[in-house]
Design a protein around this ligand. Structure first.
Ligand SMILES: [Cu+2]
Length: 326
């Protein structure tokens, strides 16, 4: 066989392998999810006083809706930017492995964009708008979480209860992009609210659990700038899974750092009834709003993945606002 015919044989072999690769059907367990979101520029409630903030959102809520799929599933995503909006918007899914220029580009008001990806890796991932200035689009509320459940449910222990918590900074002037670049945040939020899960703040709520339950927190740090040092006061994380992947398991962690644009999954087994504040131990963040109190009680009711989103405050705040004044 000449060198050139050997080369053409190898090429033909590679081509037939490629052809075989293309014709392999999707695994029987893989599903396809059609996910549609709309960019909505609207006011949202951000604290127990009912204070409103001129947010930019996915679907009118901050954070955007939790997307949940399984490892290997296909997501067909469509973003609509309605004509009444004033700004371009975009969508960047950290769970996807696709071309950024084509898929994550900003679209103008009145336009729609669609793309498809396969969620190949299990975990909890950030999603956010990437339209410029991205720092402002994230700070104003265009962020959320996508959970990609592992195909092998036995890869980790089953949780008795699950929550999604997303940390983000609040800048009181939504138009002050310089303050965002200078890291001059005024509040720190979990799920789009300042002390949203703090039962001592009027209008505040809590996260519920029963003693002995394994509580799984899918934690995302939206930033845009600050690192989170996530810690359960009165407890120790039983397991921490970096990026929420069961293969990345750490045990017996007191505090675990989650950088902006990253995520991790935290398991805590609350041993006895009581209150366990979940905080960023970067205290300038905790004391400006990033405290979520996990209350363990035998009569705890089931709760949604992301309670109180959107946050509607019926009673004006009359009690503490433990934010230091200048
Ligand atoms: Cu945007």
């Amino acid at each position: 066989m000449t060198q050139s015919s050997r080369a053409s044989c190898l090429l033909a072999g590679a081509a037939s392998l490629l052809a075989v690769g293309i014709t392999i059907p999707s695994p029987v367990w893989a599903k396809t999810h059609e996910i549609a979101m709309t960019a909505v520029e609207t006011d949202v409630v951000i604290d127990g006083s009912g204070e409103k903030y001129a947010a930019w959102t996915f679907n009118g809520q901050m954070p955007g809706p939790v997307v949940r799929v399984s490892e290997g599933d296909t997501v067909k995503f469509t973003l609509t930017n309605p004509a009444e909006n004033k700004n371009p918007h975009a969508m960047d899914f950290h769970a996807a492995e696709i071309d950024f220029l084509k898929n994550y580009r900003a679209i103008n008001a009145g336009e729609t964009i669609s793309y498809t990806f396969v969620a190949k890796k299990p975990g909890v991932f950030f999603y956010h708008c990437g339209a410029p200035p991205m720092i402002q689009h994230v700070a104003r509320g265009m962020f959320g979480a996508i959970i990609v459940d592992p195909q092998d449910a036995k890869a980790w222990r089953k949780a008795d209860r699950e929550y999604v918590l997303i940390q983000s900074e609040h800048f009181k002037n939504p138009g002050d992009v310089q303050a965002m670049f200078d890291r001059k945040f005024d509040g720190m939020m979990f799920n789009g609210g300042i002390f949203k899960y703090h039962p001592f703040v009027t209008g505040g709520g809590k996260l519920d659990a029963k003693p002995g339950e394994r509580v799984r927190i899918y934690f995302v740090n939206a930033g845009p700038n600050e690192f989170s040092a996530f810690h359960p006061i009165g407890e120790i994380w039983d397991n921490v899974y970096e990026s929420g992947n069961p293969a990345n398991s750490l045990k017996g962690m007191q505090t675990y750092v989650v950088g902006p644009g990253s995520a991790a999954t935290f398991d805590v087994v609350v041993e006895s009834a009581g209150a366990y504040p979940l905080v960023t131990h970067s205290l300038t963040g905790a004391l400006r709003g990033a405290i979520a109190v996990l209350v363990a009680s035998p009569d705890a009711k089931p709760a949604p993945l992301m309670p109180m989103v959107p946050w509607k405050v019926a009673t004006p705040q009359t009690e503490i606002t433990p934010v230091p004044t200048q």
